[in-house]
Design a protein around this ligand. Sequence first.
Ligand code: UD1
Ligand code: MG
Length: 468
Amino acid sequence: MKKTMGIVVLAAGEGKRFKAPTPKPLAPLCGRRMVDFPLSESLSFAEKASLQTFCTVVTGHERERVEAYLRERYNKQINFTFQKEQKGTADALKSYFESHGSGQKTDLTLVLCADTPLIRRRHLSALYQALADGDHDGVVAAFRTSNPQGYGRITSGQGPGFSIVEEDEASDEIRKITLVNSGLYLFKTSFLLEHLEEIGSGAKDEFYLTKIFQDHLKLKAVLFPDAHSFMGVNTLRQLGAASHEIRREINQRHLENGVLIVDERHTSIDWEVSIGENSVIHPHNFIYGRTKIGRSVHIGPNCTIEECDIRDHASIKGHCHLEKASIAPGAAIGPFAHLRPESHIGEGSKIGNFVEIKKAVLHRGVKVSHLSYVGDAEIGEESNIGCGFITCNYDGTLKHKTTIGKRAFIGSDTQTVAPVSIGDDAYIASGSTINRDVPKEAFAVARSRQVTKEGMAKRFKKKKTEDV
Ligand code: UD1
Ligand code: MG
């Protein structure tokens, strides 16, 4: 039979040191929320280790917001425990056992804090192995740091075990200890059920889980050398430091997978972005959300790319702003292009400089090379749109659609006053304002006729000099 493990993520605390409008577990971090890291890493570890899990998040402060987010993202994968008053980490764990009989029946209980976003599956595996290898009732991940402030200090006493002393209860001598508690623990569930009740309240009238560690008990501190992975995030400053670490990790992952990140110190890619091999990312790019980038895609410098789908061999030149757009294979965008939501750029199409596209489908091989606005439109394959084209889509109240067929030629400085449609193979003369449909293969010109008066320029020039 599979071993059972309860995963408990503690996320009820008020986070007094965290001066932000978002509750700490929902702090944005590389395109995710902070609590996503301990949750997803522990779920993935349990799956890899073939453990049957019962996963719970303990909520309290701003409970509704935290639960609404998690419910939407994880659906039925997780349960909740409501800790009515935030009376400490031991009290949070007690609330969990009281509200979930299934938690009491598990073999093991993995406890993680919502504010340690750098812990990874490999650390959980190592901790699990340490418990399996020894004769202990529980293990805690420990690390050394030159700045132990805020962490529980690990002190050894007379017995075989050790204790953990929190900052606010530590003497000056103990505060100097650099071996600290990460807040990541794995216990035999029966041990927790037996000893949780024994924990008394601490300095701030809180029940500290760390008080379960006592000299005479069979508990072990497992020392991990990569201290930075265990950083706790209690302040915005620490959130910034965690974000920096995770960005580095993301860039390393892409480099290892064959993506050339030209200057990884100046490239910001969110956790859930995927990038195919042989793609090149130049410096000062910000790639957000769940953007997908295919193979051999070239992204020039200084682009912002948010929730986009960019297919193989596409090229994004510098200084583009792309948002919720899809770009088919081999398309070329920019420099200085702005693709707004619901823009679909067809295979091999070309969007040039100072072009804005919004809610528009451009089929294969369309060219909009310079200084244009295309909004609420559909353009058929191989059509060529000249410089300075504008879809006049808004009448002050409603938006209207422009439809252009296949292989149409739209001369420069043309406006289409929507709703309007231009047929396949039509030709629109430059400088036209098109407000009536143009059938296929037709030629349309809609501009005032030119008047030329021989020799008259002289008069105008003369007049101008007299005026001065
Ligand atoms: C905690 C540990 C400390 C460790 C550090 C590692 C305790 C008492 N201290 O300190 O030894 O070195 O983490 O980062 O455990 N929470 C609840 N309910 C509560 C209080 C807290 O769910 O009543 C949750 C918080 O939301 C947070 C986690 O528990 O996710 C840890 O609480 P926090 O206040 O951040 O503890 P630290 O002071 O960081
Ligand atoms: Mg903390």
